[in-house]
Structures are given as structure tokens and as C-alpha cells.
Write a protein that binds this ligand. Sequence first.
Ligand code: HEC
Length: 189
Amino acid sequence: MDELGLNKLFAGILVASLLLMTGVKLAEVLVPHSELEQNAYVIEVPEGGAVAAAAPADKGPEPIMALLASADAVAGLKLAKKCTACHVFDKGGANKVGPALWNVVNADKGVVEGFGYSNALVEFGGEWDYVALNAFLAKPKAYISGTKMNFAGLKKPQDRANMIAYLRQQADSPAALPTDEQIAAESGS
Ligand code: HEC
């Protein structure tokens, strides 16, 4: 190849690379980089899902009537140690910080002789049936706001069932166990 030929070759390469650079620049202008507005993969996060499931609305204590027939009154007697600072459970027992609790299942509320009840409890009224005892023992102050029973409550449904089974036995004639209808009504089914 002579000198002229070589020059032509170099000129050609030069023009070609100029064209290439212009092409790249042009492409950048025509197709600008743009930030994706959204992740290409959208990860669905349910709104407050997990939090809502962990904190259900306060619907009162879990039902216990279905547990009563097989509840353990001896376990209830052990639980009663939480109560004996304030209550006596034996027949003829004296009132202490709280009223004596013989014959309490299905008794009227606030009628133990010689005990000075809170107005809150007396005004609340009604009987200590299984539903009332379950609610009261779960969280006394939530059930009767203003009661003077200073006790946090028995959180576990099985504990309340055992406690109530024991209370039921502390009577001249134990109250009848709940019927199937009462059990169904309590659990709302
Ligand atoms: C710190 C003392 C204290 C403890 C502990 C306590 N109570 Fe009471 N309880 C009371 C007082 C005081 C009252 C009366 C409440 C009022 O007048 O508002 C009461 C009332 C009651 C009543 C209603 C009685 C009625 O005649 O109307 C029941 C039932 C009862 N308690 C059961 C229990 C059981 C079961 C436990 C244990 C799991 C317990 N209490 C633990 C102090 C206590």
C-alpha cells in the first residue's frame, strides 16, 4: 500500500470513529436514562396486616363453660392461694379484706352478710353465674369498674375454669354444670 492509500485508510478509520461517537451521543440524547418510578418487582405489603392480627379488639374473656365439666377443682384449690390473702372459701368462714366465698356460684352479687361492698359492685347487681365469674376473674376492674377487689385477674381460660370448678364445690349443693345450650350461647355459636 502506498502512502496515499495509508492516509486514506487512517482518514477512513477517523471518520468511522467520529461517526460512532456521534451515534452514541445521539442515542443518549434520544433515549435518556430515567429512574424507574417503581420497583420492577412490586412487593405486596398488606396494610397493617401483621399488627392488626397481633392485637385483636378487646372482646372480653375467652369462654370457659365448655371447659367446666372436665375442669380440675384440685388445680383450682391451688390457684385459690392467690385469693386467700383476702378470701376464705370454707363454710362459715369469716370475711377478711374480701367477703367469705362459700356458696358463691349463682348467688346474688354483693350479699355476703357483714361485708362492706363497694358501691360499684352493689350497683352492678345480678348473679355470680358462670359468665359473670369468668369475666370478673379474668379482669375484675374491667368487668366492674370501681370494684375494690385489687386483683389483676387469671389470664388463662383453663385457670379460670379450674378456679370456678373449685368455687362450685365450695357450696352446700354445687350449682348445675352448664347445659349444651348455655355453652353454645356463651361461645356465640
Ligand atoms: C387483694 C384482695 C383480694 C384478692 C387477692 C382477691 N379478692 Fe376477691 N374480692 C376482694 C374484695 C375487696 C371484694 C369485694 C369487691 C367490691 O366490693 O367491689 C372481692 C369480691 C369477690 C367476689 C364477689 C363476691 C360477692 O359476694 O359478690 C368474688 C367471687 C371474688 N372476690 C373472688 C375472688 C377469687 C376467686 C380470687 C382469687 C383468684 C380473689 N377474689 C382474689 C378482694 C380480693
